[in-house]
Design a protein around this ligand. Structure first.
Ligand code: GN1
Ligand code: MG
Length: 368
């Protein structure tokens, strides 16, 4: 670990790196300062199985953090070091260090003091809405092609359905290796019906984009509350986990927060009756988000409730595809985990369908 650190342009000696157990994708370590007044860091190994274009990914992060820092400086905002992530380059001036074995490491200045939350309250949801709205607004003047797609087609619904169709075609081949996937598929007629009934509706965004009626913006693409750092007073200070920041439709960031936070049940709740839309969280986040997201077009605003349904549907399709593929993408805790997750996401979708009009009324009221 010390050897890896020695390749980065750090001004002074640091303490021993300590593993940090956050996220499932990358491996993270805290590198503590040795003396008061010196900086601590966060060292991460990037998962290059998922992020195949590490160069593009790191350029994205640099572009985004530079852009936000410049905005904050122009606005004369204090304490900028805690408000936007800062990469530490290698001694050769590169954004990451690649080892001989091909592992890629990067180093951030640690944002401190800061805390994170796993569960929202209506108050923290409102503040988080403001924070993600501000983040999108800060990036709204970057042309959408200033960044690459660090995971190609990440939130593209047509592509996710194509992946499902490929998984299905694959297990239907007459091959013993496909037996498990085929058996799984055959037992899931109801799930396939639920997915098939909504294909057209859920690919609306891609159609509107092709027709030139909808634009892409820079999105965060992982708008969970635990990707926001809060200060001592419980105010959001900094948005983290910038690996998936890429062009997309604004309402998918809105929808992904609602999918993860405005749910009275769990993402993988085995008890479907637990799952309802938490309307208090929905309203609070929407209030905060609309305060900042002044760049939204009327159509984008109208599509916010659709964005919620879209993300639940997309996640159901992704979990189900992984289930048919034999659980190769998401870590599972038990054999049927991806099936349980799929059912929970489809139930959330049904619940969101029931309150679509109510969501619309709230958005209209809060936009006035
Ligand atoms: C993955 O590991 P985590 O929770 O940050 C996934 C998201 C999914 C989420 C589902 C790169 O995110 O897109 O919404 O699981 N991230 C990637 O829980 O695939
Ligand atoms: Mg993440």
């Amino acid at each position: 670990m010390k050897e890896i650190l020695s390749h980065f342009a750090i001004p002074n000696e640091t303490g021993e790196p300590q593993p940090l157990h956050i996220g499932f994708i990358n491996d993270s370590f805290i590198v503590p300062a040795r003396r008061v007044g010196e900086r601590s860091y966060c060292l991460q190994r990037i998962n290059h199985r998922i992020f195949k274009d590490v160069e593009g990914l790191m350029r994205n992060i640099q572009t985004v953090t530079d852009h936000i820092r410049e905005k904050l400086q122009t606005a004369g905002v204090p304490d900028i070091d805690r408000k936007v992530l800062q990469l530490v380059p290698t001694k050769e001036g590169k954004l990451y260090y690649r080892t001989a074995e091909g592992n890629c490491w990067r180093l951030y200045v640690l944002v401190e003091p800061a805390t994170s939350q796993e569960k929202v309250t209506p108050l923290s949801a409102e503040l988080t809405g403001e924070a993600f709205g501000r983040f999108q607004k800060q990036l709204a003047d970057l042309p959408f092609d200033a960044l690459c797609e660090s995971i190609p087609n990440f939130h593209n619904m047509e592509f996710r359905l194509q992946e499902l169709d490929e998984a299905i075609a694959n297990v239907q081949r007459d091959d013993v290796q496909c037996t498990k996937g085929r058996e799984r598929l055959e037992a899931c007629g109801e799930i396939m019906d639920a997915i098939n009934q909504r294909r057209e509706e859920m690919c609306l965004a891609e159609r509107l984009f092709r027709e030139g009626r909808l634009q892409k913006h820079i999105n965060h693409c992982d708008t969970k509350v635990n990707n926001v750092l809060f200060d001592e007073a419980g105010r959001p200070i900094c948005i983290v986990d910038l690996d998936t920041v890429m062009p997309g439709f604004v309402f998918s960031d809105f929808g992904d927060f609602m999918r993860t936070a405005a749910n009275t049940g769990l993402e993988d709740d085995p008890v479907l009756e637990n799952i309802h839309v938490d309307m208090a969280v929905f309203e609070a986040y929407t209030r905060g988000y609309l305060k900042e997201a002044t760049f939204l077009t009327d159509l984008e605003k109208e599509l916010l409730p659709y964005g919620c349904r879209l993300m639940s549907y997309m996640q159901a399709v992704r979990f189900f595809t992984d289930y048919i593929n034999g659980d190769t993408y998401y870590k599972i805790a038990y054999p049927e985990h991806n099936l349980v997750r799929t059912k929970a996401q489809l139930r959330l979708l049904e619940e969101q369908e029931k309150v679509a009009e109510e969501m619309k009324a709230i958005i209209n009221r809060l936009s006035k």
